[in-house]
Design a protein around this ligand. Structure first.
Ligand code: PLP
Length: 360
């Protein structure tokens, strides 16, 4: 079976975990500090703050920017639920706009119409490993004095005009096992702002600056040194992982027929967290079943846009139509693109997709 994702764990990760176990410092400690410093360097920012997951990174980043009840955050509905839930956790309201059908990312042409006196931030999600259109987003954010909070959970080391995602505003990353690099579970916030850095560290650790003195409401969103040790070892391999993902994607794009391959804008270096094609004509689910029969795992990211999720319609009262996000949800299919694929795997994926599309 060719799986849709495969964590690439080697001797370095195993060794690093054993060293932490032997050190006796298991909770957030020296490995976490090293992980944060190395991640900040890779992303090209002054500070990085590790957390227990991508979701808690988003949540802490929102709180550090004092986003809360009465505020609105403009974002995309075509993403993993955590992007929008992190806004809801704070008491603020996600305001969904439609996506650009070519890139699957939030369409900047729709941002201005969604701005109200309550708008506090724009939350672009760099979906599938591809940066959002950051020139357009920065221009609007500057004009209306809005915060940029980037959900880069799927885009470690992706670039826009040569600059890494997560360095345009406050960035957030996930190290879930399917991601381009993993720590088991874990997250990271990136920023150039010393006050946001300070705030994130306090919120992550029970609102505590001085031991057992609590200035504000905080949480236990700390990462452990065991996870940071794995993350550090993976970070050293990230460039190689991303290179292999790009090569796999290039092979698929050159060889697939009958499906629409991912579009790469000129300004972007895609890191192919996912290789996502569009299958038109209502054939997506049939192709998925066919590939499964042939031993090829695929996934639909995401079958229901967030504004149509039951919790959002029934509990939060969302009733809107966002046609491009809804069309994408019915057409997208992600094929395996992870660094563990052999050339034979890639040939099999391409030939099976082509066999299906030729006969339909
Ligand atoms: C776009 C996006 N945002 C947020 C998250 C949340 O990250 P985590 O699963 O580490 O909490 C994920 C990961 O699953 C994601 O893909």
């Amino acid at each position: 079976m060719i799986n849709i994702a495969k964590p690439m764990i080697g001797i370095e990760e195993k060794q690093a975990v054993l060293e932490v176990l032997d050190s006796g410092i298991l909770a957030q400690g020296p490995r976490t500090k090293l992980f944060e410093e190395a991640f900040a360097k890779m992303t090209g920012v002054s500070y990085a703050i590790a957390t227990s997951s991508g979701t808690t990174a988003l949540h802490v980043a929102m709180l550090a920017h004092r986003i809360g009840p009465g505020d609105e955050v403009i974002t995309t509905p075509f993403t993993f639920i955590a992007s929008a839930n992190s806004v809801v956790y704070t008491g603020a309201r996600p305001v969904f706009i439609d996506i650009d059908p070519a890139t699957f990312n939030l369409n900047p042409a729709q941002i201005e119409a969604a701005i109200t006196p309550r708008t506090k931030a724009i939350l672009p999600v760099h979906l599938y490993g591809l940066s959002s259109n950051m020139d357009a987003i920065e221009q609007i954010a500057n004009q209306y004095h809005l915060i940029i909070l980037e959900d880069a959970c799927q885009s470690h080391a992706a670039t826009y005009k040569g600059k890494k995602v997560g360095s345009f505003g406050t960035g957030t990353f996930s190290f879930y096992p399917t991601k381009n690099m993993t720590s088991g579970e874990g997250g990271m916030i990136t920023t150039n702002d010393p006050e946001i850095n300070d705030s994130c560290r306090v919120i992550r650790n029970h609102g505590m600056r001085r031991r057992y003195y609590h200035d504000e409401l905080g949480y236990n969103f700390r990462i452990t040194d065991l996870h940071s040790a794995i993350g550090l070892a993976q970070l050293n391999k990230l460039e190689g992982f991303n290179k292999k993902r790009r090569e796999d994607a290039a092979y698929l794009s050159a060889n697939l027929k009958g499906v629409a391959p991912p579009f790469i804008p000129r300004d972007c270096e895609h890191v192919f967290h996912q290789y996502t094609v569009r299958v038109a004509g209502g054939q997506r689910d049939a192709l998925r079943a066919y590939l499964l029969e042939k031993g090829i795992g695929t996934e639909i990211y995401y079958p229901v846009p967030i504004h149509q999720q039951a919790y959002y319609t029934q509990k939060l009262g969302y009733h809107q139509s966002l046609p491009e996000a809804e069309r994408a949800a019915g057409e997208v299919l992600s094929l395996p693109v992870h660094p563990g694929l052999s050339h034979d795997d890639l040939e099999l994926i391409a030939s099976m997709v082509n066999e299906f599309t030729r006969t339909r």
